[in-house]
Write a protein that binds this ligand. Structure first.
Ligand SMILES: [Zn+2]
Length: 155
């Protein structure tokens, strides 16, 4: 995929079927949330937020405006995956994702044996266990947050 546009926070990859928007880093009042060109937006938009590390309150306000502008293109917008930082916001702020649908999301686990935080990818309707085998050492690793409030965004 070649990027046709990028800012510090956004890289846009047009594709035959979907335009992929990759969001990364820390989202705050200085982040330039670049929109795709209306002529290249394609049949749908997929937003990849894997590399978003954090977002502050002013970042949240810009993000909500950005999602509103994206829905103005009139094509389906989905998110795959929703990063841990974004899940946390989406679970607290009901309009954080606008009209976008979430396909997959990341969930935080901690493996005591590896002494490492590990993010696991789940489909939106998947069962999310309190405990699962660590992909690196197979020891049981634990969900690293309060499960029910973390999953609030699915409701
Ligand atoms: Zn481990």
């Amino acid at each position: 995929m070649s990027a046709v546009g990028s800012s510090d926070a956004i890289t846009i990859h047009p594709g035959a079927d979907a335009t992929t928007i990759v969001v990364s880093g820390s989202i705050d009042e200085r982040s330039q949330l670049l929109l795709p060109d209306a002529f290249t937006v394609g049949k749908r938009v997929v937003i990849d937020t894997t590399a978003v590390t954090r977002i502050n309150s002013l970042g949240v306000a810009s993000w909500i405006r950005y999602m509103g502008k994206l829905s103005g293109f009139g094509v389906p917008v989905s998110i795959a995956p929703l990063s841990v930082a974004f899940v946390t916001q989406a679970s607290m702020i009901s309009n954080f994702l606008g009209k976008a649908s979430v396909e997959t999301f990341l969930a935080p686990y901690f493996c005591a044996k590896c002494d490492q935080a590990i993010e696991q990818l789940f489909a939106i309707d998947a069962q999310v266990p309190e405990e699962m085998a660590c992909p690196k050492c197979t020891a049981p690793m634990e969900f690293d947050d309060e499960l029910e409030s973390y999953l609030q965004f699915r409701k």
